[in-house]
Write a protein that binds this ligand. Structure first.
Ligand code: CP
Ligand code: NVA
Length: 297
């Protein structure tokens, strides 16, 4: 049966841990002679901007001997209303996997349902599972196994937050989520993770004693018209030095990037000694190559 990766919980806890461990091994050894993907092609469909997701898949495929094909959806026939199911039928006869970044988890599910090859979510309105493989790799690398530890999500209960919720359930850590009222994560995603999730509106309560602080933009792609309303709603939710001081002294700071210094995070935090954001970004490459190895095994 073809395996897809549309949300983090498409992997079991054992599988997710194995992919992250494999990503750590790939990064640690960096063997230029290791080219397991010779002859393989990855199609990458984007309806939204990207720096890290595109480059990590493309550079990773090149490094591992394969080929990645960037498809701006608007310049394909998707942009002229060819059904996504037909796109899946055709691409999956020519390529070995399909990555898609769009604003519809439902469309990704349709794509997967009609694809003969693995479909990978490179970000949707609902989830960003590739990001969490990289983030978990980064947490392991900097501080060891996150099991039993505490992470604090500060800000918007968005797609990345949903994937953090699924990560908490799979990797056995607690996740405290501080959002303004009206910006909470989807209750169904929260409920699916069980008791490891705590919701609140107070960033200090969430951050107190935490091992890791994480945030994301207040205005995700596609929400630009709400920018002013969001800036007002999220005032007081910036991760700054004062908030970091409530976490454990050795707490690390993560952000999927792109970051907005002076909004969701202060420059002194993201550019400071507790920030691991550049390792986190680099890990997109290693984690996704480990994921492709798993999906193609
Ligand atoms: N974090 C992330 O997905 O970055 P890009 O939007 O640059 O791909
Ligand atoms: N929540 C952000 C993540 C970007 C990588 C967005 O959806 O735009």
């Amino acid at each position: 049966m073809v395996r897809h990766f549309l949300r983090l919980s498409d992997l079991s806890a054992t599988e997710a841990r194995a992919v992250v461990e494999r990503a750590m091994a790939l990064r640690a050894h960096r063997d230029p002679a290791y080219r397991p993907f010779v002859g393989k092609t990855l199609a990458m469909i984007f309806t939204k901007n990207s720096t890290r997701t595109r480059v990590s898949f493309e550079a990773g495929m090149a490094r591992f001997g394969g080929h990645a094909m960037f498809l701006h959806a608007g310049t394909t026939q998707l942009g002229r209303d060819e059904p996504i199911a037909d796109t899946a039928r055709v691409l999956s006869r020519m390529c070995d996997a399909i990555m898609i970044r769009n604003d519809s988890q439902a469309d990704q599910e349709t794509l997967a349902a009609h694809s003969r090859v693995p479909v990978i979510n490179g970000l949707s309105d609902r989830h960003h599972p590739c990001q969490l493989l990289a983030d978990l790799q980064c947490w392991f690398e900097h501080r060891g196994d996150p099991r039993g530890k505490i992470a604090a999500w500060i800000g918007d209960g968005n797609n990345v937050c949903h994937s953090w919720i699924e990560a908490a359930a799979l990797f056995g850590f607690s996740l405290r989520i501080a959002t303004p009222k009206g910006y909470e994560p989807d209750p169904a995603v929260v409920a699916s993770a069980g008791r490891c999730i705590e919701l609140c509106t107070d960033p200090v309560a969430a951050a107190s004693g935490a091992d890791l602080i994480v945030t994301d933009t207040w205005t995700s792609m596609g929400q630009e018209a709400e920018t002013h309303k969001r800036l007002a709603a999220f005032a007081g939710y910036q991760v700054d030095r004062a908030l970091m001081a409530h976490a454990k002294p050795d707490a690390i700071f993560m952000h999927c990037l792109p970051a907005h210094r002076g909004e969701e995070v202060s420059a002194e935090v993201i550019d400071g000694p507790q920030s691991v954001v550049w390792d986190e970004a680099e890990n997109r490459l290693w984690a996704q190559m480990a994921l492709l190895e798993f999906l193609w095994a």
